[in-house]
Design a protein around this ligand. Structure first.
Ligand code: I3S
Length: 128
């Protein structure tokens, strides 16, 4: 029989392309800059790399350095309200360090999976 390895099965190791912008950095509002990012959920860290350029292998390793990383421990996620973005399927992620991000995908199944994975990660690491 065929053994199917689904790397997106475990929320602790999830990756994919998402549209991302910071809206707050260290508690200060910053200008939106939506970019397509290769996004990796690794343990309690969420890593973003530039979507274009760099080489991404089939198993998800990207040669380019992550653009930035956020620590999900002590953070929160919720569906962004209409005033945060005119886009649909937008998640608002707040970190304990005072960074707020908007994460979006046009594909609702994709963003729903990320929403669940992020909540599960935050809950799993709640006592760290
Ligand atoms: O929350 P805002 O300011 O309406 O966000 C929009 C702007 O950042 C806009 O860029 P500039 O006004 O800086 O040129 C972006 O192109 C839009 O995508 C932003 O709004 P959405 O609703 O797409 O998040």
């Amino acid at each position: 029989s065929t053994y199917v390895l689904d790397l997106n099965d475990k929320p602790s190791e999830k990756c994919g392309v998402l549209n991302v912008t910071k809206i707050t950095e260290n508690g200060k509002k910053v200008r939106k800059n939506w970019t397509s990012s290769w996004t990796v959920l690794q343990g309690s860290s969420l890593l973003f790399a530039k979507g274009q350029g760099g080489s991404t292998t089939w198993f998800g390793s990207n040669q380019s350095k992550p653009e930035f990383t956020v620590d999900l421990r002590g953070g929160s996620v919720e569906w962004a309200s209409k005033d945060k973005s005119s886009k649909k399927h937008v998640i608002e992620l707040k970190t304990r360090q005072g960074t707020e991000l908007l994460i979006q995908s046009e594909i609702d199944s994709v963003i729903n999976d990320w929403y669940r994975a992020l909540i599960e990660t935050i809950n799993t690491h709640a006592w760290e």
